[in-house]
Design a protein around this ligand. Structure first.
Ligand code: NAG
Ligand code: NAG
Ligand code: NAG
Ligand code: NAG
Length: 955
């Protein structure tokens, strides 16, 4: 037993970097050690080990145990690291590890893969000071009997220590003192090509803020020596040292070892708080007044700033002329100018920089003053060096972003520690730029073939310096987010072979078109075609109405390997993937369901015949007996229509001041300005007495208006049915029609801003969407045009003139009618087939959007009666957006926003109705366009207000 303890002691000594080995090894010390251990165990429960993190690297993942000596709980390192493999030291060294009484040395985690492997030691408080310790024993765990393994240990981005293993049985221990800069410490092992890194254990111990003054967030230290002078055996650590610092015993044959049983108290304000057990022992020179010794640092540990802390305490009660006074010299130079006078049973310490030139050898001399009767005394000392801090951590924003990405895709790999730093050891798949003026920035991310699932993470939005993003060959789903277009540095985006859906954000397309961004392998169209060519191609062919080719080519322009992705909303309605699938699938379905369909059809026809007979007769009777007007009155009984008021012809005459002011002429009559008794301004539409129109048709509008209530549809206040006279009373729309504004036919000549135009488009689209979707049965306006969009005094847009609107029964998607509408706004499909559907309104609305953008009429008479859609496409194919945008906006618009509107409008103008978006799609596109404009104008406003501040401060 005794001999084994002596071996243990010798081994421990052998592993410290202290040059001189202790000489005295006595059996008494062994018993002292044993009693120490006993005391330690007995006292452990009185001490707080709060915040201690004790990691045994290489034990079974998730396991833990209590150390019998310190009673500290050691846990597996698996929560702190994703990489590396566990291994046991070979049997020959397991015995010596057992002798060390440190179970940690029985196993290691080794890192044969990756150049850099990092532990993220979580559970620390940001801004607090900590002691960190890493331990290593090779123990021939890999069976290779290596005699030289050298690798680097990093704390965060800073080199902590180069670990140099030359002896398989040697235990290496290194300590750092550092302030936590975040919620975790990252401890990295770097393979520098001289052997596979491994680690046995790690400790993290919180320190009180006041201890080790001078160390702060920007200055960390590596502890080289922590020596307990005097006749102790073994090291002193927790629970004697509440911070679990490990104090190695150190002595010399030329020294007298002294000790006291009395408690040595810390000073009330103590920057180091040495434990009593350490301060109770000390050394003095034997027969001399000079204490002399040399400490050598590892040549690999050279540091410019080396700091020493020396601890003293007086054990004797000095009487008479007894005195103990001495000076301290480092390498021959007096270090502390005043003579040292230790205080009785109080722990005194001096600390300071001992060199700034990078010595690796220190001659330390404690020299008594000539009038001192007692020799110098030394209880303990520490030597530490400033940790190199020349590496800068990656930009905080980039770190947050990449951590978010790591989190959302659960990226394993070696993604721990700082993403960029140290320079040659960035995370796999990450490239960074390094400059003197700013922290490293992430510029490239390659996550190709990484098995990523889910959507494109919003974390990508904050990677401000990213230039190259490769997410190809994964299973990414969802849409391509618009924020990718806002990554101003992004030059190459590769989304090949994923399962993306939806449309490519127009802002991205714009950037690609302008050559700012390469959407890598995005387009399959032809060989060597880029996205710009592809897009021009689409626009050109839409313009030429070669719609069949458009379908084919839009498909060719899909993102390669993303079968559900499409160029715009209209192509999104096509079935995905190959044309083969597209044709065969519906055919098979139709063939399969055909017999069933026939049965349903027969049943339906029989049912319809029966119901129509009864129902038809009833309605015939009612139409004959009561005029339609009465039916309206009946409807009025319901509380919803209560606000509608009935006027007499005389009343209308008074309201309009004898039909004095004409506001406009609608399809079925003239509209006059009027004013109700209570001052409310109204518009009164009177049926032209000359018109051949049935009163029934005139009153259709009244019927519609009673049913529909939406803020973007003009509201009817009342009606008149007085003999042959018929009239409708509406809200007065002070700003008149959008057409008049665009033609400059209004009194106040201020032209509409892009935001106002967008707002008008959005509001009227919402009105139409309401007619199509929320009305049951749904209503087709049939005469959507800028003349029928009216503006309130606050420029709120409302759709007017429902004179030719049609209801669509729920079973039908279209109705056949006589062709009616306004030239230039007419859906060509409707024109050819007479089939009216909601998509006819969508077509007309596309024309409205183009009018708002260009300020031009639907048919441009000044240019050979060209239709506005052809005009805009011709111009876009040749030039840029400025050539089509209304010059009266003075260039004050977001090009992205306008571009989005153009693509939306062109989608509305697609020849095949089913390829057109719904009004709901149009609404959402316009909303996005408005967002783009808001973003743009916010930036503008910031600049303006900045200027204002500047000028006012000049005054
Ligand atoms: C290490 O040794 C322990 C105990 O003998 C055993 O349970 C464990 O599986 C070994 N670990 C490895 C990685 O071989
Ligand atoms: C490692 O230590 C050995 C023996 O002390 C020494 O010869 C060698 O130069 C050291 N290697 C490095 C890289 O410091
Ligand atoms: C330390 O002392 C030794 C001998 O006393 C001397 O050889 C050596 O040069 C000294 N080292 C320094 C750094 O002064
Ligand atoms: C010893 O000498 C120093 C100056 O050399 C003096 O400051 C100190 O007071 C003296 N100590 C005693 C005990 O006389």
């Amino acid at each position: 037993m005794k001999s084994s303890i002596i071996t243990l002691k010798e081994k421990k000594r052998a592993t410290t970097s202290v040059t001189t080995l202790p000489s005295k090894m006595t059996a008494e010390w062994c018993s002292l050690l044993l009693s120490f251990a006993a005391i330690a165990v007995a006292r452990v429960h009185c001490q707080s080990s709060e915040g201690f993190i004790s990691i045994d690297c290489g034990i079974e993942d998730g396991s833990s145990y209590d150390d019998p000596i310190t009673n500290l709980n050691y846990v597996s390192d698996s929560p702190y690291i994703d990489t590396g493999i566990n291994a046991n030291v070979s049997a020959a060294y397991a015995t010596s590890a057992m002798e060390l009484q440190e179970r940690r040395f029985l196993n290691v985690r080794s890192f044969p893969n990756n150049n850099r492997n990092c532990y993220d030691i979580t559970g620390v408080a940001m801004g607090s000071k900590y002691l960190l310790r890493a331990t290593f024993m090779y123990g021939n765990y890999d069976g290779r009997n290596s005699r030289s393994i050298v690798f680097d240990l990093y704390l965060g981005v800073n080199l902590w220590k180069t670990i140099n293993v030359t002896d398989p049985a040697a235990t290496i221990r290194t300590e750092a003192l550092a302030v936590a800069l975040g919620e975790s410490f990252s401890v990295c092992l770097l393979n520098t090509g001289k052997g596979t890194p491994f680690v046995s254990g790690m400790d993290v111990r919180p320190l009180k803020d006041g201890v080790y003054p001078g160390l702060n967030a920007t200055l960390s230290a590596v502890v080289h020596n922590r020596l307990n002078m005097g006749p102790t055996s073994g090291a002193i650590r927790y629970p004697d040292d509440k911070y679990d610092r490990i104090w190695e015993a150190y002595s010399s044959p030329q020294w007298t070892e002294i000790s006291t049983d009395s408690t040595v108290n810390n000073l009330s304000v103590d920057g180091f708080e040495p434990p009593t057990a350490v301060m109770q022992t000390a050394v003095t020179p034997e027969n001399s007044l000079t204490l002399n010794f040399t400490l050598e640092l590892d040549p690999g540990d050279l540091s410019e700033i080396v700091v020493a802390v020396l601890y003293f305490s007086e054990f004797l009660t000095l009487t008479g002329n007894m005195s103990r006074q001495f000076y301290i010299y480092f390498n021959g130079a007096r270090w502390f100018q005043k003579p040292l006078v230790p205080e009785y049973l109080l722990s005194d310490s001096v600390y300071g920089i001992v060199s700034q030139t990078g010595y690796w050898q220190y001659n330390i001399t404690l020299q008594a003053l000539s009038n001192s009767t007692l020799p110098p005394i030394l209880n303990a000392m520490e030597i530490m060096a400033a940790m190199d801090s020349s590496n800068e951590a990656t930009d905080g924003g980039d770190v947050d972003a990449i951590s978010g990405i790591k989190e959302s895709y659960q990226v394993k790999r070696n993604w721990r520690g700082d993403p960029c730093s140290p320079k040659d050891f960035a995370w796999d798949g990450i490239n960074c730029t390094f400059s003197l003026s700013e922290p490293p920035r992430i510029t490239r991310i390659n996550l190709s073939s990484s098995g990523l699932n889910g959507t494109i993470s919003t974390a990508f939005a904050t990677l401000a310096a990213i230039q190259y993003l490769d997410l190809s060959y994964n299973n990414i789903t969802g849409t391509i987010p618009g924020f990718l277009a806002r990554l101003s540095s992004l030059k190459i985006l590769d989304l090949t072979n994923n399962n993306l859906t939806g449309s490519i954000p127009s802002a991205l397309l714009t950037e690609a078109q302008n050559g700012l961004l390469t959407l890598r392998k995005l387009w399959r169209y032809g060989q060597g075609r880029n996205i710009g060519e592809c897009l021009n191609f689409i626009i050109l062919y839409v313009a030429m109405d070669f719609y069949r080719q458009v379908i084919v080519n839009i498909n060719e322009c899909r993102l390669e390997g993303n079968p559900y992705l499409c160029t715009d909303e209209s192509s999104c309605q096509l079935t995905p993937a190959s044309t083969k699938k597209k044709i065969t699938a519906p055919v098979i379905v139709i063939l399969g369901v055909l017999p069933l369909l026939l049965v349903v059809l027969v049943v339906f026809l029989v049912w319809r015949y029966r119901t129509n007979k009864g129902y038809g007769r009833a309605s015939h009777v009612s139409q004959q007996n009561q005029p339609i007007f009465n039916r309206i009155q009946k409807r009025q009984d319901s509380p919803l229509q209560f606000e509608n008021r009935q006027f007499t012809y005389m009343e209308l005459k008074n309201i309009t001041d004898n039909f004095k002011r004409v506001l406009g002429k609608g399809g079925f009559g003239t509209v006059y300005y009027g004013c109700l008794e209570d001052g409310i301004e109204v518009a009164v539409k009177m049926r032209s007495p000359s018109t051949s129109q049935e009163p029934k048709e005139f009153l259709y509008e009244a019927q519609f208006l009673m049913r529909v209530h939406h803020k973007n549809l003009v509201s009817m206040l009342g009606f008149c049915k007085d003999g042959d006279y018929m009239g409708l009373v509406y809200d007065y729309m002070a700003q008149g029609s959008v057409e008049n504004h665009l033609r400059g036919r209004t009194q106040n000549a201020t032209s509409l801003s892009w935001r106002q135009r967008l707002q008008i488009a959005l509001e009227s689209a919402q009105g139409l969407d309401y007619l199509h979707k929320s009305c049951k049965p749904s209503i087709i306006h049939r005469d959507v045009k800028t003349a029928n969009i009216l503006l309130s005094d606050t420029f709120e847009a409302k759709i007017a003139d429902f004179g030719i609107s049609k209801t669509l029964s729920e079973t039908n998607t279209h109705v056949s009618t006589i062709i009616i509408g306004t030239k230039g706004y007419l859906d060509p499909e409707y024109h050819i087939t007479g089939q009216l559907s909601r998509k006819s309104d969508v077509y007309s609305f596309g024309v409205v959007i183009l009018e708002l953008i260009t300020g031009k009429p639907a048919i441009i008479t000044s240019e050979d009666n060209v239709h506005i859609s052809h005009w805009i496409q011709q111009r876009l194919a040749q030039g840029s957006i400025e050539d089509v945008v209304d010059a009266r906006m003075h260039g004050e618009y977001s090009a992205n926003s306008v571009w989005k509107c153009i693509t939306t409008a062109l989608a509305c103008l697609t020849v095949l109705p089913y390829q057109r978006p719904t009004m709901a799609n149009v609404v959402s596109q316009l909303k996005r366009s408005l967002e783009l404009e808001n973003l743009h104008s916010q930036n503008r406003r910031t600049v303006t207000s900045g200027e204002t501040v500047f000028t006012s401060s000049l005054k």
